[in-house]
Design a binder for this molecule. Sequence first.
Ligand code: ATP
Length: 268
Amino acid sequence: MNQTGEAIVEIRSLVNRFGDHVVHEGLDLDIRRGEILGVVGGSGTGKSVLLRSIVGLKQPDGGSIRVFGKDLQRLPSAQRTQIERRFGVLFQRGALFSSLNLQENVALPLFEHAGLSRSDAERLARVKLALAGLPPEAARLNPAELSGGMVKRAALARALALDPEVLFLDEPTAGLDPIGAAAFDRLIMTLRDALGFSVFLVTHDLDTLYSSCDRVAVIADKRVLVADSLATVEATDDPWIRDYFHGPRGRAASLAARHHSSPQGERR
Ligand SMILES: Nc1ncnc2c1ncn2[C@@H]1O[C@H](COP(=O)(O)OP(=O)(O)OP(=O)(O)O)[C@@H](O)[C@H]1O
């Protein structure tokens, strides 16, 4: 696991609601430099809404989100956009443009926001596709021609286009088979180690939590119940944590992670 640094995103007393439905109330959380932070919680507890409010897609109803020391809500929109460009986001369904091939999809932010010519943007897009583990021939394919795993990698390449300092992943391994999911987890760790970004990772995948995350935040009752190492989270006395981490799937994932990190378990 990585040695992680100072908080680069600081969320304090966050409130999010839709009409009368309060999703977050008094939610506090930090994202630290260089860490992979797993975010878990029951269905509908507001993991995606939290992600969307950090990246600027949902205006919070209260509290503050400071990013790189600046309070996002208090910034003029041009400066806010500058900060939001330091984020890369991989949405649940990839959100690629269906009419563009992969190279064009990844090149789009490069010539729209980084001022590159179309040919330079496409050249760099091919590098990003390779970083995400796609073969050169994938560059000319359209999203409809891809497997689920390739869509995730293409969406990752686009999220990496502008060299993000924080990568947001919303259930990146959902819908992948276990081998594809484990390969994707390893790719994220390798890229984090090589490129040094932080990762905010919403997931239901226990294997991902045990194999990849430096810290885990649990959302329950409209706030973050605990955000700490897996050992501390597992030991937290809460009914949802007990069911999730100490049920059969949690025990299996924990055992597998211990096996893989032991000297005999050299498959990772
Ligand atoms: N645009 C919206 N309008 C109204 N309600 C919304 C909207 N987006 C989210 N919600 C509600 O906010 C709550 C939290 O949703 P969110 O998608 O963040 O949950 P989640 O924890 O990511 O769930 P899951 O694990 O099932 O993906 C849900 O009750 C959802 O119905």
